[in-house]
Each structure stands twice: as C-alpha cells, then as structure tokens.
Design a protein around this ligand. Structure first.
Ligand SMILES: [Zn+2]
Length: 811
C-alpha cells in the first residue's frame, strides 16, 4: 500500500522541485552533521526506488512545516536534538539528494532497502523452513489413481497413496476428484481414505472398497490432515483391446454343474481320448492318501468318562465292519475284561460290591489296548488328553464308521491325479504353461475354470485361429483338481473343507468330533517361505485350517505339482486358481512376521511385466460380463491379500523362475440399489459359479496369450534416460523403456554388464527409482526384456560398445 502512495507522492513533489517555487524554501536555517559532512545514503537496491527511513534535522518547527508543504512522507516522530528537531522521512536517494540540494540536513538512514532485503531474505528462509517442516510432516507418494467399470457399466474409482506420516494412526487422507477434464476438483466427489495396515505395519492409504462414481474423473487431489497434498491424473484401468479377433464362432460354455474330482478327472480323460493328436494324459506319480478314513466310535458324553476308538484299517477296508459294546455284567464285583469275536469287540465292565459299574475311561482304554485281538482291530483313547477318571456307562453294540457319505461311485482308494497336456508339439521345445485348480477343496468354481479352459482350447482348435496359435505354439498343462480327496469330502461330507483329508493329529485331537478339522493346507505345504522357515500365514497345528503339514512337501498332492514343473522345465508360467474375492496376484506371497520381512520382491522389469499383463488378462476377464477386477486387488500377494507361507506360486517362482500367478475367482458383486459390494463365497449358486467359471476361463486363456507373446517375442526393447530434476550441483534422472524391461547401468564410464547396478522400483506399488549425480556423469546402460531380448542386440557378456551412452550434466 505504501509503495503506491509513495509513487504518487514522489512524482508530485519531485516535479515541484523543478519549479522556481522550490527555491523559496532554500536556506531554511540548515543544520550540518557534527563533522560537517552530509551522511551518505546507503546503496539503493533499485527495488521500490531504494527508499529508506531517513533522519532529517531541522532548525525549528518551520522546517517541519516546509517538509510537510513539500509533501514529504514524514514518520510520526519528532525529537528535539541539540541543534534543532529530528524528524524521520521516507525518502529515495534522489529525494534525499533533492532535499539536501534545498539545504535540508538529510542525515543517515534508520533503515533502508538493505534492511528490507535482509528482512525479506530472513522471512523467505523462515517460510521455506516452515514449508519444509510441513512437507516433512506428510509427503504424499501417489501409488495408483484409476477409474474402471464393472458389471452394468457402473463406474468406480480406486486411489492408493503412501503417506510419510502414515505410521501415525491419526493421519487422515481425503481424496477429491473432478467429474471430467476441465471440471473442478471436488465436483466428482470427496471421500476419506482408509489406512491400510498389515502385520502391524503401515502399507498405504486406499479406499476399503472402490468408490462408485457417476463420471470418469481426469484429476484427483489427495490432502493430508498433517499438511501436504498432491494432485494427479486419474487413468483408466482395464479395457485394453483384444489383440486377435477371429471371424469364426468361438465356442464356450462346457460346464453345467459343480463337479467333484472324479468327474473332472473323467472329463479331462475323455478329452484326451477324443483329441489324441493334441493331448497327452499324464498320470502324476504320487497317489493321494485317498478319500478314506479310519472308522471310529465314541462312548459317553462327559469328558472324563468318554472313550473313543479308531480302527486300524480304513473304514472302506474293514474298519466299518467293526463293532464294539460296553456291557454291564449285572453282578457285583465283576472284573474288567475284553472279548473279541470276529470283528465284534465286547468290553465287560467291572462292578463294585453293590453291582454298580466301576470301570473308568482310562481303565477301559488300557484294557482294550492291552487285549491283543482287540488291538489288532482298533485303538482306544480317552477324550482330548483327559486323564479319563470318570466311570463309563454301558453301551449297546455300536458299529464303527468312517462317516464318509460320498456315493460308491467315488473310490475310497488312493486317487490317481491326472494332468491334461495340450499342445501340437509336446516335446519340450515350446514354452510351457501350467494351469492348476482346486488346491483348496471348497473352492468349487475353480475345477470348472480348468475344465472350461481345456474344452475351449480343444474344441476351438479347428476353427479359431487364435486358439490354434496357442495350441501350436505352447505346451499347456492343466491340472483340474490338486486336492481330489478334499474335493470329495467338501462335496459330500463337509462343504467348508479346505484341506486334504490326511489326518496327522495325535489322539488328543483325533476324536470323531474333530474330523472336519484334520488335513493339510496344500497351499501351505510347499518349500519356499514356509512356516517352518518362520514365515507368516501357515500353521503347525494339525487342526488349523492353514496347517502346513508335518514337514515341507509332505503331501503327495504338493509333490505332484513339484514333479510336474521339474519334469517339464520348459514351463515358464503357472496359474494357481483359487476362490474367492476377485484377485490377480503374483510373488512375493509371504513374509516373516517379525519386521514383516517379505520374500525378495521381483525386479523392476518383471513387476512392470506383471502390471502390463494384468491389464490384458483382466480385460479379458471383464469381457465376459463386465466384471472389473479392482486395481487394489491386483499385485503381489503380500501387498493386496496377506502372507501365505509355503504357497505354490512362490515355490514355482523362487525355486524355478516360473512366473507364478494366482487368481481368486469370484469378484465381489456390486448392488447399485444398496450401493454395497457383496462377497460371493466359495460356493455361490451355480448360476453365479457358472459366470465366474466363464470369466476366469477367459482369464486363463489370456494367460496363454501372454505366454505366447513371450514365446514369440523377438522385439528388442528401447530405453531412454529421462532427467527428472535439476538443481544447482545435482541432477536426478531415471530410465524409461518401450516395454517392460530391466535396465543395467554404470556411472563410472565402464561397460554395463549383468553385474552392473539394475534399475529398481522406488518402493512397493511405486514407479521406477531415480538416481542423483553431483558431478557431470557419463551414464552407460542397456535394457533387456522379460523374454531376454537385449536393446540394440548388445552383448553384455561380450566386448561390444553398442550400449547406450549419455552424459548427465550438472548445473
Ligand atoms: Zn484357495
């Protein structure tokens, strides 16, 4: 405000000076400084005319009046001094000089532009520090911002942001977005984000569910209550166009009911018989334990007096024929005896002097196990480790049973697992893909996905050119059920059975009431990242639903998978089909609980390949009925789901370099009326299960498309060095590539090789890392794609110089 007043004033009274009138004020009783010299003005900064607050000494009050008459900007300050009156005026150097020319004693400056500049510098410094402090309180790193469609073209928004203050639970992020390009931020909506933590560690902020929106946003702003905000572009998730479209009708839809393991195995066997030129049926070497159990019976109800017995033979092999009775002899002072006739075990209970039964559970157990003939048939136990001091009750003849209810068409023998190998040329020369389903028994949709995929490949081969390319160029292994015994148990006995049927429990937890709590979680039985190595998400308890088994690879089902990928080393891709939730995931899949130490993350190029593949594969899933798999359910298992110690995808990737993907079929279904997502569960109505099978068969075929692209990829990647930031004395850069590829670089002028540093990711779900150099630096580098094509055909192990070179300059 003062500067505008000043300019008006300055112009006016300096102009007055040009008039003779000015001379009327000459010699107004001048006062000189003590040394007779006029104090020099301090240096004009040039800014604001270099004004300063100057000290003027006049002889008397008339001098002040004269200054006022001239329109000089006087401060509200008057001070008597020895030789007159000191006043202060705001003057430019020119104005000071003009007043001196008129005979005024303009002395030194109280403050001038140098002070002003210092003040402003100090203020700016303080402001920078404050801003920096605010920024360091919360720096927001954008991970993902995407919109997508699902079912009935409902639009959804997904945002993931990492907050530097995220470990503080009071940090709240709010997202606002526009309603299309050029519209105001906030016009599309605003939502508070959820703080996503796992194993006690902050991961990032996200929406717990994608937010339903009415228009595709172009930009979103995320603001932290701890200060700081970031505005980013919102991109479209999924919807990449199909690469190949055939003119021939593509046939699909080959499943019309939920099938047990016997049925799906018969189905792929008949496909093998029908298409002998394109297939081979592989008997996997390790038979399962079988859909079978020992027969059991339990006597009594109170824990201390319960006796239960378990047959030595499986129920199907004679155990179900055994009977047992606890007989009250009806006389006083009878001894406890055991008699065996054929397969009938009779326990004659002891009585006391008054004829009452006196045998305790522990005594009956000892008597039965101590009888040689009875011990050939069964083992007796007290209940769950109880001492068994309670007196037992008499019991009529009771037949032991394995409690298995599957029809006789389901064999009780060890199961012969079969894989269907599909390919025109099945000699190991083609890139192999292993598609497998139903490691978890209750996930009934998954074997349908495998069967549907096999049917489509074989029945479209003759007419559909894309199918023909897949079968001609790939070596495909489909295992429709990894857990056949559990599959039968889930369908006929206990529908929530997840594990196989092998019971490793000791007598303390092997009573018949526990029979739905036995078995090994096959997807925890593998050898990488196992609970036996301290990883999270597997259990060593035989009754836990994530029981990892007594040791790594203890189970024939898991060993069959390992046998397959070891026997066919051309296998480069694997898909582990599970349900439910609608996930698409890849390694790492496990971390150690202490410190959340994750299995090594895949490198930058592979992670980029995963994301690029996701777009293609999930677009194919979406084609069936519009289901959009959420970006927030896409990524490494440890980042989007949980730690799954000893899972098979990690086994394949870390031990063999096989790209091991996981599907969770069965995405949540959005209800536009209630505006809620509903989970579909393991066994939805067949109408829903059928849709899931169709859309994820699309996904498995899409994986074959990706594998074929990999197999036939001869295109070399191209890469560029991109400067990100230049500051005095430091330049920051990164690399971009034309396709997913790794970049190896050197900063010391040497030739880049596979031993050189490799460009990494900046962090979980973040972009490429950046590199900062503090002197002019020669950067040498090359890129290599996932298929092994090297940029410019450079030979990292050779002597050629045809790598990329660029000097990064410092300002
Ligand atoms: Zn599962």
């Amino acid at each position: 405000m003062r500067s505008s007043r000043k300019s008006v004033r300055t112009g006016r009274w300096l102009a007055l000076l040009a008039l003779p009138l000015a001379l009327a004020f000459s010699a107004p009783g001048l006062a000189m400084t003590s040394d007779g010299e006029v104090a020099p003005d301090r240096v004009s900064s040039g800014a604001q005319n270099g004004v300063g607050l100057m000290r003027i000494v006049v002889a008397d009050k008339s001098g002040i009046d004269q200054l006022n008459e001239l329109g000089v900007d006087l401060a509200e300050y008057v001070k008597p001094v020895d030789n007159g009156i000191e006043v202060h005026a705001i003057l430019s150097p020119e104005e000071s000089q003009a007043l001196r020319d008129m005979g005024f004693d303009v002395q030194d400056a109280i403050s001038d532009q140098n002070d002003y500049a210092e003040n402003m510098t100090e203020r700016a410094g303080t402001m920078r520090a404050l801003t920096a402090a605010a920024a360091s309180t919360d720096t927001l790193t954008m991970l993902r911002a995407e919109w997508f469609t699902s079912l009935d073209n409902q639009l959804f928004l997904n945002i993931e942001v990492k907050s530097s203050a995220g470990t503080d639970s009071t940090t709240v992020l709010t997202a606002s977005w526009d309603s299309g390009a050029g519209t105001e931020i906030g016009s599309g909506g605003t939502a508070t984000m959820s703080r996503f933590t796992d194993a006690g560690q902050y991961m990032y902020h996200r929406f717990s569910n994608p937010v339903a929106i009415s228009a595709a946003p172009a930009k979103a702003t995320i603001t932290s209550n701890k200060g700081g905000s970031v505005t980013v572009d919102v991109s479209k998730w999924l919807g990449s166009p199909r690469k190949v479209t055939g003119n021939h009708p593509y046939v699909s839809d080959f499943v019309d009911h939920y099938m047990d393991a016997t049925e799906v195995t018969a189905r792929i066997s008949s496909l093998a018989a029908e298409f002998p030129k394109l297939t081979q049926l592989i008997d996997l070497p390790y038979k399962t334990n079988g859909y079978r159990r020992q027969a059991q019976a339990q006597f009594g109800t109170a824990s201390a007096s319960i006796v239960y017995v378990t047959s030595k033979a499986y129920g199907s092999e004679g155990g179900n024929d055994i009977t047992m009775s606890l007989v009250n002899p009806g006389v006083a002072n009878a001894p406890l005896t055991v008699g065996v006739s054929g397969k009938a075990v009779t326990v004659n209970l002891a009585t006391n002097g008054s004829g009452a039964i006196s045998s305790t559970a522990a005594q009956v157990v000892a008597a039965a196990n101590g009888n040689a003939d009875a011990a050939k048939l069964l083992t007796a136990s007290t209940y769950r480790g109880n001492a068994g001091a309670g007196v037992v009750a008499a019991a009529a003849v009771t037949r032991l049973t394995d409690n298995l209810k599957a029809p006789a068409s389901v064999s009780r023998d060890p199961f012969q697992m079969k894989a269907l190998r599909i390919g025109k040329q099945r000699d190991g020369s083609k890139v192999g893909v292993f598609l497998y389903c139903q490691e978890h028994a209750r996930e009934w949709v998954t074997p349908l996905v495998c069967v549907e995929t096999a049917e489509r490949l074989l029945r479209n081969y003759a007419k559909d050119p894309n199918t023909r390319k897949l079968v001609d160029d790939l070596d495909i292994f489909i295992l429709p059920t990894v857990n056949p015994d559990g599959s039968h148990y889930s369908m006929y006995d206990y529908n929530m059975q997840r594990r196989n049927m092998t019971n490793y429990c000791p007598a303390t937890s092997a009573d018949p009431a526990n029979r739905n709590a036995w078995g090994v979680d096959l997807n925890r039985n593998f050898s990488i990242g196992s609970v036996y190595d301290g990883y999270n998400g597997g259990s060593t308890s035989c009754t836990s639903d994530t029981y990892a088994g007594p040791s790594k690879l203890s189970e024939p089902e898991a060993r069959n998978e390992v046998w397959l990928v070891d026997t066919f080393p051309n296998i480069k891709f694997a898909m582990n089909n599970h349900s439910y939730g609608g996930y698409f995931m890849w390694p790492p899949g496990a971390y150690k609980t202490a410190g959340r130490e994750v299995l090594p993350r895949v490198d930058q190029g592979t992670e980029a390949f995963f994301w690029t593949s996701s777009d293609y594969i999930l677009s194919r899933v979406q084609e069936h009925r519009g289901t959009g798999i959420w970006p927030g359910r896409t990524g490494p298992v440890t980042d989007v789901l949980y730690s799954a110690a000893g899972n098979s995808a990690d086994e394949h990737w870390y031990n063999r370099g096989i790209i091991g993907w996981d599907f969770e079929v069965g995405a949540d279904v959005y209800n536009p009326t209630t505006k809620r997502f509903t989970a579909v569960g393991f066994q939805p109505s067949f109408a829903e299960g059928h849709e899931e099978a169709m859309e994820f068969a699309n996904g498995n075929i899409a994986i074959l498309d990706v594998a074929r692209s990999y197999a036939t990829d001869k295109l070399q990647p191209r890469s560029e060095l991109k400067t990100v930031k230049q500051e005095p004395g430091a330049t920051t850069f990164t690399f971009t590539t034309s396709e997913p590829a790794n970049v190896y670089y050197t900063l010391d002028g040497s030739r880049p090789t596979f031993d050189s540093p490799k460009l990494a990711l900046a962090g979980m779900r973040e972009g490429n890392q950046t590199l900062t150099v503090k002197g002019n630096t020669t950067v040498n580098w090359f890129s290599i794609d996932i298929a092994g094509n090297v940029e410019s055909n450079y030979k990292p192990d050779g002597n050629g110089k045809n790598y990329n070179k660029q000097t990064v300059a410092i300002q």
